[in-house]
Design a protein around this ligand. Structure first.
Ligand code: ADP
Ligand code: ADP
Length: 228
């Protein structure tokens, strides 16, 4: 089944900057697709549109057959993780993760159970009461990922989530993410400019060209990498 479809999408900012041009791509449920390309080629613009942040100038973006804006308003199907973990500094780790759950409603006990479940999954069970400033960069990113997972999204969007981390932390989190992807059976769209990261993580790579917004090729990764 189709998770995300870009249908001949153009995105032009201020009538002059071409960020995407005739961008056509279909992502199926359960895939892990990386958008790979140099800075400025339109990766973030493409990802943001899937989250309903910005409309195509021409063409259409569909998520599970709906407009992204509809889905964002009416469901928890889409979650977004940015490069900067974006935690609220005055809230504890647990409260940061509870935030999207509170918006959804339901019993407080169930919400807490779910928040603790996802925090365990990212190895932060012992840090529920800690504040973001007490955590390393990698731990903050783990909280951010847990917060995204708490809403049980069907589609996880990640924009260079590991770019600011040191190499060892990055490798650890990459393995954890693969593990989570398999457990939670999500579709993931992941923006990176790092070739190794794209090859390690994805089932398919959408290579974008330095000429802004052109999809130059789509590569299937079927090398039997030891995925968890
Ligand atoms: P990437 O994520 O691959 O680095 P972006 O999608 O951020 O690329 O940007 C693609 C192009 O669109 C760049 O030239 C960028 O400057 C431009 N752009 C992105 N967002 C905006 C915006 N809100 N207003 C004007 N130009 C933008
Ligand atoms: P990324 O690092 O993910 O590529 P950027 O740093 O390019 O993201 O962009 C961050 C924010 O700034 C986005 O909201 C994007 O739309 C906006 N932006 C990017 N380029 C421009 C630009 N040339 N003019 C105005 N806004 C921009």
């Amino acid at each position: 089944k189709e998770a995300v479809a870009f249908k001949q999408v153009d995105k032009i900012f201020n009538n002059e900057t071409i960020a995407l041009s005739d961008f056509d791509l279909t992502v199926h449920e359960g895939e892990f697709v990386c958008f790979l390309g140099p800075s400025g080629c339109g990766k973030s613009t493409a990802l943001r549109m899937v989250a309903g942040l910005g409309e195509p100038t021409n063409g259409e973006v569909e998520v599970f057959g709906h407009s992204p804006k509809e889905l964002i308003q009416d469901t928890n199907d889409i979650a977004f993780v940015f490069q900067d973990a974006n935690l609220l500094p005055w809230k504890t780790v647990l409260d940061n993760v509870l935030l999207p759950l509170r918006l959804r409603g339901g019993s407080k006990r169930e919400q807490k159970k779910e928040a603790v479940r996802v925090l365990k999954m990212v190895g932060l069970a012992d840090y529920l009461k800690a504040y973001p400033r007490q955590l390393s960069g990698g731990m903050k990113m783990r909280v951010s990922i847990a917060r995204a997972l708490a809403a049980k999204p069907k589609l996880l969007l990640m924009d260079e989530p590991f770019a600011a981390l040191d190499e060892i932390t990055r490798q650890t989190l990459q393995q954890e993410l693969l593990d989570i992807w398999q457990k939670e059976k999500m579709t993931i769209l992941f923006v990176t400019h790092n070739v190794f990261e794209a090859v390690l993580l994805s089932t398919r790579i959408a290579v974008m060209s330095a000429r802004p917004g052109r999809l130059s090729s789509v590569i299937d990764i079927d090398i039997p990498f030891p995925r968890p």
